[in-house]
Design a protein around this ligand. Structure first.
Ligand code: PLP
Length: 383
């Protein structure tokens, strides 16, 4: 058997201009967590999001969530609501602040935080004596959550929303960019995201004052003095000027890459169109646009195969696929936290699979994926 190269779930895809921005940083000796690329990348993001809000470029999406919590005054003993069906980066910063995550189930349409379970959680926590300090809502896999319903509840109880748009750069709801709806918005440029700076993130802030405060906390909370003067505890969370150079190049190709991710989604829809047992995750609301960061499928409960069977079959031909996010309330490290809702997230985890979705997959690679999947479907008598 000939050895084929690995097809990854989602791998970095450079546009071409990244090195020019890095070269410029070297030529001008801006090799620091500040400089023209950092400022440039921040205004690029702001323009891309078509927002008046201010952007602070940071070392990661997780750092962005952490600084949002810090600025919302989340402290030891506080409670913060978070969507359970997500990556641990959404939840861990709550723990960094000594606060307690209250986990909430998803709804089946968008796979994101369920309005009914959210309200139940808020009511119950208030009844027990603690008003949640913030809600972390996630646009998972680039799919916008039910913005109107969720923000309506948050307004009703006067709880700020931290909008985790780490996977949703380029997605919109009512033609407004995901990441611009919450009190704070979070973006990530980690290696597997829709664009990458190798590692990085950003916090979308209400205005310039909040951005300045964010940068203050991200640079060790240094006061304005010739010596190092500190009245607050800070963090080393600022994005470097080298990394921001990659970002400047990446944002030039973002729309093109979103087009290619969406083409991958159509590719899977056509592969599975006659397969009853498999559903390609999509949302037919007409007021949303998903970047389709990852294409995901779910397999019917009574199917004669499991997601794991398909994952292993793909792996035989060096094709990477991955189960959906394992909900936080099912994680050993979080098993004792309060959880509100039913079994939607759990059920998705058991029945779902993410398929290779990169914007850089070649026709040859798509062909390999399609052949392997068809082989699998025939073997199980599904086509
Ligand atoms: C990637 C991701 C994060 C964290 O971003 P990092 O830049 O990796 O720290 C947070 N939330 C979600 C939903 C993510 O996918």
């Amino acid at each position: 058997m000939s050895k084929s190269s690995k097809i990854w779930l989602s791998s970095p895809h450079m546009g071409g201009n990244e090195l020019n921005f890095i070269q410029e940083a070297f030529d001008t000796n801006w090799i620091a967590p500040l400089g023209p690329n950092v400022n440039g990348f921040e205004s690029d993001i702001q323009a891309y999001l078509k927002t008046k809000k201010s952007i602070a470029a940071l070392s990661s999406g997780t750092a962005a969530i952490h600084l949002a919590l810090v600025q919302l005054g989340v402290k030891n003993g506080d409670e913060v609501i978070c969507q359970s069906f997500t990556f641990c980066g959404s939840v861990n910063p709550i723990i960094y602040q000594g606060a307690k995550p209250i986990l909430v189930d998803s709804e089946p349409q968008t796979w994101n935080i369920c309005p009914i379970a959210l309200e139940e959680a808020i009511e119950d926590r208030i009844k027990r004596g603690k008003r949640p300090k913030a809600i972390i809502a996630v646009h998972l896999y680039g799919m916008p959550y039910q913005v109107e319903a969720i923000h309506h509840i948050a307004d009703k109880y006067k709880i700020p929303i931290i909008e985790d748009a780490a996977e949703a750069l380029g997605s919109t709801y009512n033609n407004q960019a995901c990441g611009t709806f919450g009190e704070f918005g979070v973006l990530s440029f980690n290696g597997n995201k829709i664009i990458t700076t190798s590692g990085g993130g950003a916090l979308v802030c209400e205005n310039q004052t909040v951005k300045d405060k964010t940068v203050f906390y991200a640079t060790q909370a240094r006061e304005n003095a010739p010596h190092y003067e500190h009245t607050h505890i800070g963090f080393n969370y600022r994005m470097s000027n080298i990394v921001a150079g990659i970002g400047r190049g990446q944002i030039q190709v973002l729309d093109k890459h979103i087009g290619m991710r969406r083409a991958m989604h159509s590719f899977y829809k056509s592969i599975f169109k006659d397969v009853d047992a498999i559903n390609v995750f999509e949302d037919k609301r007409d007021n949303i646009f998903s970047n389709h960061w990852l294409s995901a499928i779910t397999i019917k409960k009574d199917a004669n195969f499991t997601p794991e069977d398909l994952r292993l079959a793909l792996l035989e031909d060096q094709i990477e696929s991955r189960p959906l996010w394992k909900p936080m309330h099912m994680q050993p490290v979080f098993k004792d936290l309060p959880f509100y809702g039913q079994s939607t997230a759990e059920d998705l985890f058991e029945r779902g699979l993410c398929l290779p979705s990169g914007s850089n997959l070649t026709d040859h690679e798509k062909n390999r994926i399609s052949i392997k999947i068809n082989e699998f479907l025939k073997y199980y008598g599904l086509i």
